[in-house]
Design a binder for this molecule. Sequence first.
Ligand SMILES: [Zn+2]
Length: 272
Amino acid sequence: MPIIILFSLILIACIAWYVNKRIKLSRRNKIFSQPLPKHWISVLENSVPLYRRIPNELTPHLHGCIQLFLYEKQFVGRGGMNIDDDIRLTIAGNACMLLLHGRQKRFPGFKTIIVYPDTYIAKQTSHDGSLESVENSHRAGESWVRGPIVLSWGDSMRGSHNANDGHNVILHEFAHKLDEQSGAMNGLPVLKDSTHYVEWASVLNNEFMSLKQRARRGKNSVLDEYGTVSAPEFFAVATESFFEKSTQMKKKLPELYKQLSRFYDIDPASWK
Ligand SMILES: [Zn+2]
C-alpha cells in the first residue's frame, strides 16, 4: 500500500476517534446538566438518608452524577428481581456520594450492575498448595475488576436506610471501583496530588495493622472487622465508616479521617 494512502487512512481513523470522543463528551455534559425529576428527588430523600445530609452546594454535582450513572449503567435483575426506580436511585444515590469531590463525574470501565433480591450464593475457590477447593459463599455484594458490580437488594436497602452503623454495601462495592482506577485493586486509589501518596500509604497501612491487632484482642473499632481481610477491603470498609460514622472516625481515628477527607474532598463530620 502506498505510504500516502496508509497515512490518509490513519488520519481518517484519528479524526473519527476524535469526533466520536467529542460527541460522547458533549452528550454526557448535556445529560449531566439535566435537572432530576421531582419524584426522583422524593425517592432519594426517602431511601438515601445520606442524601438529606449533604450541604446544598454539593447537590447540583451529585444530581448530575446520578443522571450520568442512570444513563450509562445497565441494571440486571437476577433471582426474580424486578428493577424499579427505588432500586436504581438508591444504588445511584449512594454510589455517587463517592464522586462529591468533583474530580470525576462517573464510574468508568464497567457497565453492568446485577441485583439479587437478597443475600446470594456464589462459588468461592481457595487454594492450599496444589489443592484447590470450591465452596458456596453467602454474599451481600461483590465488585469484579473491570467487570460488573453484584448487589443484594435486601442488604443494599438496609445499608442505605441505616446511615449510622458503618455498613453500606453500595458504598463498599463502589469504593472498590474507585480503587481499581489506579490499575490494580490494592487499597491505593488515584489521589488528587502526587505528593499525597506517601502519607496515604503510611496512615492506611498503620491503621490496617492497628485494626488487625484490635481484632485479635477482641476489641471493637469504628471500623468493621472485615477490613482486616486485605488492604482493598480495609479501604472499602473505611469508606463505609467515613460516610456513616464520620464523627466517631474523626474523633477516634483522626489521621485516617484526614486522609479520606482529603481523598473524597468532603468533611461529612461537619454535615447536619
Ligand atoms: Zn469488598
